[in-house]
Design a protein around this ligand. Structure first.
Ligand code: ADP
Length: 259
């Protein structure tokens, strides 16, 4: 199985914590900025534990029925179709709700009985009451940086989860991650890491969010494919961060000091 294990370089003890939470039937909340490795971490752990992974990217139109399931019309008949959460419960899989704060309020109602010691999923529409098998696990993530007052996880919800804080990997780790993901040698990745550090230091001043590990991987991938450094930096580490000409000019200044 390890051959198909998605590559993940741990930042700390998160792999051990995940496994412990899974073994003891505890739901897990991953907090951290976008593109720092949360989704990859869950994919890695699901494969390591031999569980199927059901990932849902939450958005503000996502309803409880999108997770649990609905009746669909098929050739004149109505047939029940499980949603991803129900499938994970039925098969003892791992359900990962990415950016859970984005989902509509009725979603939390479904999650509550699943995230305490009852571990049940009531399906009102079919009249079923599913009990989650020991292998089932609920994992959710959210980005505290994006939050506004209207979009916060209520304490009654967040206090049902074991929570781990994520951040961008430390420079040495991030260099290894970016090199591994892009195929670019570590020596050429190093200045990108330095630039990312400097751009991240601007977060809050002009930028809502610092450059992500994901964008660094994009940049290194383009460099490895032969694109020039200036252009690669422009399209992966400047344009995606801001639309404001003044802010972009500021970022370009920072980049010019390195390249
Ligand atoms: P998130 O879910 O936090 O938004 P992802 O898990 O999608 O972020 O990470 C974005 C990319 O960054 C991944 O596709 C992977 O290439 C890379 N990455 C970040 N951290 C790691 C890590 N620790 N090990 C391996 N890859 C990582």
């Amino acid at each position: 199985m390890s051959e198909s294990l998605p590559f993940y370089l741990p930042q700390g003890n998160e792999c051990g914590l995940f496994e412990l939470a899974w073994r003891h039937h505890l739901p897990l909340l991953l907090k951290g900025p976008t593109g720092c490795g949360k989704t990859r971490f869950v994919a890695h752990m699901a494969a390591k534990l031999g569980r199927s992974l059901f990932t849902v990217s939450c958005h503000d139109d996502l309803t409880a029925a999108d997770l649990t399931g609905r009746y669909l019309l098929k050739g004149g008949d109505t047939v029940w179709a499980d949603g991803p959460l129900t499938s994970a419960v039925r098969t003892g899989g791992i359900c990962y709700l990415d950016e859970v704060v984005e989902a509509r309020k009725d979603v939390t109602v479904v999650l509550h009985p699943l995230t305490d010691d009852r571990r049940i999923l009531p399906l009102e529409r079919t009249g079923e009451m599913l009990s989650a098998p020991p292998e089932f696990m609920l994992v959710a993530s959210y980005n505290p940086g994006y939050q506004n007052v209207l979009k916060q996880l209520k304490p009654s919800t967040r206090q049902r989860f074991v929570a781990i804080e994520f951040d961008f990997p430390a420079p040495d780790l991030e260099r290894k991650v970016v090199a591994e993901e892009s195929g670019l040698e570590e020596g050429r990745v190093q200045p990108l890491i330095l630039l990312a550090q400097r751009l991240r230091a601007l977060k809050g001043l002009d930028l809502e969010e610092g450059v992500s590990t994901r964008l660094l991987v994009y940049c290194a991938t383009l460099l490895q494919a032969g694109l020039g450094i200036r252009e690669a930096v422009q399209v992966t580490m400047i344009e995606p961060l801001s639309d404001d000409p003044e802010v972009k000019a500021g970022l370009e200044e920072v980049a010019k000091a390195i390249f």
